[in-house]
Design a protein around this ligand. Structure first.
Ligand SMILES: C[S@@+](CC[C@H](N)C(=O)[O-])C[C@H]1O[C@@H](n2cnc3c(N)ncnc32)[C@H](O)[C@@H]1O
Ligand code: SF4
Ligand code: SF4
Length: 407
């Protein structure tokens, strides 16, 4: 599978206080660059696997600012170049521009929609604001209702920060009452976030405490299973399967993900765009296969393992954590994630919760001597058995597992 996170513009109609988006915010992607991006992405995906899958994640800036016609054209290019590939489109948006015209299009073209909202109104409207300082909640909540009415696959994305973490109970109730699947991410340190992270960013410990509070609400929720957090599902499945299930923990995340900006420049991921130190080259001039041979792509692919991680029980699941967060916080990818100690606490917590469940095979949980575990054939079989079970459909299986927790 290949994911291209495409930023058709860096422009935005909001000015969230922690936004990592930087660079000039005026330009938009030309139709020629759009075509090169889709053509090259499909060709590279096919070279990896004839009948593989490509995810196009539309991102930014605010991706909906480039207008509906841009996406109608994108669909035409996808149809022209996909051949035997399957593809999926995800609109990652602040939600403010969604109306029924867009919803008709999302339904027609089977888009998934991810809307950013940091919780309930009184916390969201502190950070997710426009240039006049006005909060975005009312507008975004209306968009969420519309997307739900159209039954478009929807998730919401929350950035955990000092403003919303004290209100996680209220936020969980809101998500559950509104039946919103969600994702949670901690702040990264670039763009406008550099100025605000000291004030509203979380320490690794605070991140873990917030994450765990939400996880436990979800885990013990009497209506568990009614909503899903992809980060909870991925990390739980990772712990149970003994290997990473998301890009944060993947050993070589840059093998399967690239991000293309409005000028056609390609980077390892959305949060490393538009850092000139990480540009692979331009999609208008080179194929992705060639770009993957660039010095920067090779550097990203050959991230060294931090010595601390080599000794860590969770190495197979976490692999040093997010490459971009290592870079943004410490100036190098060859070290571990800024949130390392929080991640460790999170994986330990998940293990504890998994051990409360009666009917799953727990032999696979990494024992203290994880090195031996990797050598032991019996345990490896168990790991792969669980992994297969989970990778078939992580979501459903984790929900089933959570169901089992209440037996
Ligand atoms: C950069 S925005 C671009 C797409 C769109 N404008 C939106 O807000 O969803 C993508 C996601 O990154 C999140 N984000 C922005 N700044 C961040 C930061 N410093 N750390 C972590 N996530 C951040 C946003 O909240 C949003 O969920
Ligand atoms: S997080 Fe999204 S909506 Fe907010 S300023 Fe950044 S790009 Fe705009
Ligand atoms: S939890 Fe920390 S030490 Fe362990 S693998 Fe992850 S980043 Fe490395």
């Amino acid at each position: 599978m290949l994911t291209n996170v495409i930023k058709p513009t860096h422009a935005c109609n909001l000015a969230c206080t922690y936004c990592y988006n930087e660079d000039d915010r005026t330009k938009r992607m030309s139709i020629n660059t759009l075509e090169s991006t889709i053509k090259n992405t499909c060709e590279y995906a096919r070279a990896k696997n004839e009948s593989g899958k490509v995810d196009f994640i539309w991102h930014g800036g605010e991706p909906m600012l480039v207008g509906l016609d841009f996406y109608k054209q994108a669909i035409k290019f996808q149809e022209r170049y996909k051949k035997s590939l399957k593809f999926e489109n995800v609109m990652q948006t602040n939600g403010t521009l969604i109306d029924s015209r867009w919803c008709d299009f999302f339904v027609e073209e089977k888009f998934h929609v991810s809307i950013s909202i940091d919780g309930v109104k009184h916390v969201n409207d502190v950070t997710r604001i426009n240039r006049k300082g006005e909060g975005s909640f009312d507008n975004v909540f209306e968009a969420i209702q519309l997307v739900k009415k159209y039954q478009i696959p929807l998730g919401v994305c929350l950035v955990l920060n000092k403003i919303n973490v004290p209100h996680l109970d209220e936020i969980y109730d809101f998500l559950r009452d509104e039946q919103l699947n969600f994702n949670v991410i901690p702040m990264t340190n670039s763009g406008d976030a550099v100025a605000s992270i000291g004030e509203i960013g979380l320490t690794p410990k605070e991140y873990a405490e917030g994450w765990i509070k939400l996880y436990d609400r979800w885990f013990y929720d009497e209506r568990h299973g009614s909503i899903l957090c992809s980060d909870f599902a991925n990390k739980s499945a990772g712990v149970l399967g003994g290997r990473a299930m998301d890009c944060i923990g993947a050993k070589n995340c840059s093998m399967n993900t690239v991000s293309t900006d409005h000028n056609g420049y390609v980077y390892p991921c959305a949060t490393m765009s538009p850092d000139p130190e990480w540009v692979y080259g331009n999609i208008n001039d080179s194929s992705i296969k060639e770009l993957m041979q660039s010095d920067n792509a090779q550097k990203a692919l050959q991230r060294k393992t931090d010595e601390h991680c080599l000794e860590c029980k969770w190495l197979n699941v976490c692999n040093g954590g997010c490459i971009s967060r290592a870079d943004k916080f410490f100036g190098t990818i060859d070290t571990r994630d800024y949130y390392c100690s929080g991640l460790y606490q999170i994986y330990e917590h998940i293990e504890g919760r998994l051990r409360e469940v009666q009917d799953i095979d727990l032999e696979c949980l990494p024992p203290k001597d994880f090195v031996d575990q990797r050598k032991a054939p019996t345990k490896r079989r168990i790991v792969s058995k669980n992994y297969e079970r989970f990778s078939r459909d992580t979501t459903t299986t984790v929900l089933k597992f959570v169901d089992a927790a209440s037996l």
